[in-house]
Design a protein around this ligand. Structure first.
Ligand SMILES: [Zn+2]
Length: 148
C-alpha cells in the first residue's frame, strides 16, 4: 500500500508541475487578437503555440516514464533505492546458471529484484523476492564457514 501511494504521490507532484508549466505557457504566450468579438483558439491555429504544446506533452510523457522507472527500482517495503547490481547467469552456460539477469538488493535486506538482461518476449516484469532476514542468513552462512 505504501509502495503504490508513493507512486501516486510522485505522479501527483509531476502532474502539478506539468500543470503549472502549462499555465505558465498560457500566461506568457500572447493571446490572439479578437476577430469580430470572437477569440479563436490558439491550439491548432497558431503553429508555434501548437509546437510548444506538443513539447509540453512530450515532457509530460517523460515525467510519467521517469516516475515509473524510478519506482521499479525501489524496495517494496522501505521504498529505498535498490543497490548493488550483480549479474547472474550466462548465455553460454544457460542450462547450468540460467538466463542472464541483473539482481538488485535492498540495503536493509528486505528483498531482491531480478531483472532479465535481455527481454525476448516483450517487456517482462522484474521479479521481486521478499526476504525476512537476509543479512542474518548471510551472516549465519559466513559464521558457519568460519567455524569449519
Ligand atoms: Zn528495503
Amino acid at each position: 500500500m505504501r509502495y503504490w501511494s508513493f507512486l501516486a504521490g510522485k505522479l501527483g507532484v509531476a502532474g502539478g508541475c506539468m500543470y503549472g508549466l502549462l499555465a505558465l505557457l498560457n500566461y506568457l504566450w500572447p493571446s490572439e487578437p479578437d476577430f469580430f468579438y470572437l477569440r479563436p483558439p490558439r491550439f491548432g491555429y497558431d503553429l508555434l503555440y501548437t509546437l510548444a504544446a506538443g513539447v509540453w506533452f512530450l515532457l509530460c510523457c517523460g515525467a510519467v516514464y521517469v516516475c515509473i522507472l524510478d519506482q521499479r527500482y525501489r524496495c517494496r517495503v522501505c521504498l529505498r533505492r535498490l543497490r548493488m547490481p550483480v549479474e547472474t547467469g550466462s548465455w553460454s552456460r544457460m542450462l547450468l546458471l540460467g538466463r542472464p539477469r541483473i539482481e538488485y538488493i535492498c540495503p536493509y535486506g528486505h528483498g531482491t529484484l531480478n531483472v532479465a538482461e535481455l527481454q525476448i518476449s516483450g517487456l517482462e516484469n522484474p521479479e521481486w523476492t521478499p526476504h525476512a532476514e537476509l543479512w542474518e542468513e548471510l551472516c549465519a552462512a559466513s559464521r558457519d564457514s568460519e567455524r569449519e
